[in-house]
Design a protein around this ligand. Structure first.
Ligand code: ADP
Ligand code: MG
Length: 254
């Protein structure tokens, strides 16, 4: 059965969209049937990360009753399916999220994983993605503000009648500075496992402005490697390091 995973955070700007897009691609490359859905309608960015700035129809059209679901699903060259949201302000009017979770489940019933790129915080948009999900993946930065907000979101999830399973936290933009909150501290404070650490990587920023994903432009960069490891954990498969890296490790071990 398809797993709908909400990629969420309390705080904005922590890397949700970056992780959703690259994780979607990594899972696809690991052989899974995957879709990524832009659930951040007010400030949608997911399509921009794939280098596409305009689509004939978007999720907004579906939510307004103007398009069929299959008309707003696009295929990336990798095979990954993308459901973009509109970049236009006018398309925010008259959207209805009624039974959104059921609609996703129905339309993606033969998929393995659907990743929802959530709006930050605990507002209406974020709650819609949360309610449509079976599982939750938090993205946070190693800073107090980000972690306090994850804690608060997790409290909210624990108070819900239906309880999506919390996979854990992806700690993103880690610079290994002494002032950063350590992985142990994150685990103790949030009582959630850290399932992956993605380093601060300039290649991520470069890739966005070059209209591509870091996983495509710099497959062997530290951030890409970390994202592949997270994808393998989520998919429950063993991740084999690319041969070139294995060879380098062997040389250094001698
Ligand atoms: P969110 O979706 O949570 O608002 P984004 O994915 O848009 O966050 O990321 C916010 C900013 O951080 C973007 O400019 C993005 O390129 C940058 N970013 C995300 N992850 C990394 C990383 N590992 N290294 C460097 N920059 C990153
Ligand atoms: Mg975002």
């Amino acid at each position: 059965m398809v797993r709908i995973i909400d990629v969420c955070s309390g705080k904005g700007g922590v890397g949700k969209t970056t992780i959703t897009a690259n994780l979607g691609l990594a899972l696809t490359q690991l052989g899974k049937k995957v879709a990524v859905v832009d659930c951040n309608l007010t400030t949608s960015h997911l399509s921009l990360l794939f280098g596409s700035y305009s689509y004939p129809l978007t999720l907004n059209n579906f939510l307004k009753g103007e398009a069929r679901f299959e008309d707003v699903v696009y295929t990336h060259t990798s095979g990954l399916k993308i459901v973009p949201a509109s970049l236009e302000l006018k398309d925010l009017v008259d959207v209805s999220f009624n039974n959104f979770g059921e609609k996703l489940k129905e339309n993606f019933r033969d998929f393995d994983i659907v990743l929802l790129d959530s709006a930050p915080g605990l507002g209406r948009e974020a709650l819609i993605a949360l309610q449509a999900s079976d599982e939750i993946l938090f993205v946070a930065n190693p800073f107090i503000t980000s972690l306090v907000d994850v804690f608060k979101c997790n409290q909210l999830i624990n108070s819900l009648d239906f309880k999506p399973k919390v996979i854990g936290i992806v700690l993103n933009r880690v610079r290994k500075k002494a002032y950063e909150i350590s992985v142990d501290e994150v685990t103790n404070f949030t009582e959630l496992p850290v399932i992956g650490i993605v380093p601060e990587d300039e290649k991520v920023l470069e890739s966005t402005n070059k209209k591509t994903l870091v996983l495509i432009s710099h497959r062997n960069s530290p951030s890409s490697k970390a994202i592949f490891e997270i994808a393998a954990k989520i998919a429950g498969i063993e991740y084999k390091k690319p041969k070139i890296l294995k060879r380098i490790f062997e040389i250094f071990k001698r």
